[in-house]
Design a protein around this ligand. Sequence first.
Ligand SMILES: [Zn+2]
Length: 262
Amino acid sequence: MKWVDIGINLTNKRFDSDRDQVIASALAAGVDKLIITGTNLAESKKALQIASSDIDGLYCTAGCHPHDAGSFSNEALNEISAIAEEPEVVAIGECGLDFNRDFSPRHQQINAFERQLELAVKLQKPVFLHERDAFDTQYQILKDYIPKLKGGVAHCFTGTIEAMEAYLELGLSIGITGWICDERRGQALYDMVHLIPDNRLMIETDGPYLTPRDLRPKPKDGRNEPKYLPHIGEAVARAREQSLHQVAENSYNNSCKLFNLE
Ligand SMILES: [Zn+2]
């Protein structure tokens, strides 16, 4: 079985001491493709640097997370645009709106989101979408760009059934993280994951964050890694009443197709 981790924050300093080992362990677990998330200009540069190494199967995104929208100047946009043209960059983002924590003013989040949607249209690369407690505004903005966009994924989806259905109707894929392994806050997601069509399902760790709560033994440092992706796949398979093999194959093929991975 082969897996793609479509969202791994491999630039995070918690991977600084053993990044190559983390990649090797992922490969040993069958996770042979990693898409490294770029969250702002500096992180996108770093993600591209890692993805450009000699190791096979590494890709990245370039963009600006809503938390970092305050730093999204025209200059940053120009630099992100230049990075985004590189072949290792397979999506624009992560981009979107986060009204849960409002780390950046909402008008700046909206501006950064729209500029990145325009970039995705221009380069014809898919969007890697983040959204938390901002569905209505995100949807209103997104739907105008959808006809011109080359698709996208609602990464780390944790929203309502209505939001999931609306994203699916826009033609987007849905990214499922270890949130689904949390029997307390992840139950609603577990119960709706069967609604995702086979050809729209993707899986991600979002490491080093969102360590699956039911991992045994628990990782010593609490750090989530791409090697745990098959564990998330098992929860997805149970929730969808499908075989692990089926979930691996579908999510792998979907990811390769959307992000145009070799
Ligand atoms: Zn995110």
